[in-house]
Each structure stands twice: as C-alpha cells, then as structure tokens.
Design a protein around this ligand. Structure first.
Ligand code: CMP
Length: 143
C-alpha cells in the first residue's frame, strides 16, 4: 500500500491545527502509520529541503521550519501521495481552493500550514529521513 510523508509546519502547530489536519485524513479514510511532534534541526531542514538549495527563499524556508515544533506523519492508502496533495491544495494558499487545507487556513506561501511528499521517490526519502522502521506500524482497520 502506498505511503506518504506529511508534516504540519510550525504555523499549523502554533495555530492548533494539528487535530484538524489529522481529522481530515482520518475522515477521508487513510490510515495513520506513524506520527510524532519534533523540533527540526538545521541539518535535517537543509537535507529535507535540499532540492530548494539554490532558491532565493531557501534561508527563509530553513529558518521557518526550524522556528518551532512540527507534527510529522506517515499516512497510508490507495494513491495517498496525490490524494493528500489535492487535500492540501496549491503551495500558495492565495491560489489554493476553499475546501483544501491551505485554502481554508493558509495565508502566505512561506507559512502554508502543511508539507506533503510530491512523488513516490520523495515520499520514500522523506519517510526514511524522519522515521525509523520501528516507529511505523502496518495494520488493517477492523471497525
Ligand atoms: P513545501 O511543500 O513545504 O515545499 C517547499 C516550500 O517552500 C513550500 O512548501 C513553501 O512553503 C515554500 N516556498 C515556496 N515558494 C516560496 C517563496 N516564494 N517564498 C517563501 N517560501 C516559499
């Protein structure tokens, strides 16, 4: 079954949106395989966002993601990578549709509430970066 990495960013944690975000993915029917609150180190931030290293906003991005705790999650389900991105909405909250997480709660592109893997390769890389195998579980829903 496909897995993706999702993370409520410091703005989402500060604004008490963790429960709202988790609830949306639960209600959609996806399965939570792992979750934790953590403070991201500068090293981890630079590795996680390595593909943006040459972008002018890289410094701001690293500063922001390390500015406070985040809530990291692994979700499982059919086509969950693309479905989660639909539920998150466009990167820039001002372009994101109402009904999406960023469209409903985000204000600006640097503080856009949530990060989600954009491909199978990035999902695998990001899950391994943030979680040990012993922090993830696989289970069938029985109720
Ligand atoms: P995310 O999905 O976490 O992946 C990279 C992040 O870079 C993105 O969400 C945005 O929060 C951030 N980002 C993209 N464009 C800009 C920008 N022009 N200025 C600041 N941050 C940006």
């Amino acid at each position: 079954m496909e897995r993706t990495f999702l993370m409520v960013k410091p703005d989402g944690v500060q604004r008490s949106l963790v429960g709202e975000v988790v609830s949306r993915f639960e209600k959609k029917g996806f399965t939570l395989a792992g979750a934790k609150v953590l403070a991201i180190s500068k090293d981890l931030a630079e590795t996680h966002y390595g593909e943006h290293k040459e972008r002018p906003f890289f410094g701001e991005l690293v500063d922001f993601i390390t500015s406070g705790p985040v809530f990291a999650m692994v979700w499982e389900g059919e086509n969950v990578i693309d479905e989660a991105r639909k539920m998150m909405g466009k990167t820039n909250p001002q372009e994101a549709q109402p009904g999406t997480i960023r469209g409903d709660f985000g204000v600006q592109v640097s503080m856009n509430i949530i990060h989600g893997s954009d491909s199978q390769d990035s999902a695998k890389r990001e899950i391994e970066l943030f979680f040990g195998a012993d922090e993830l579980v696989t289970y069938e829903k029985t109720v």
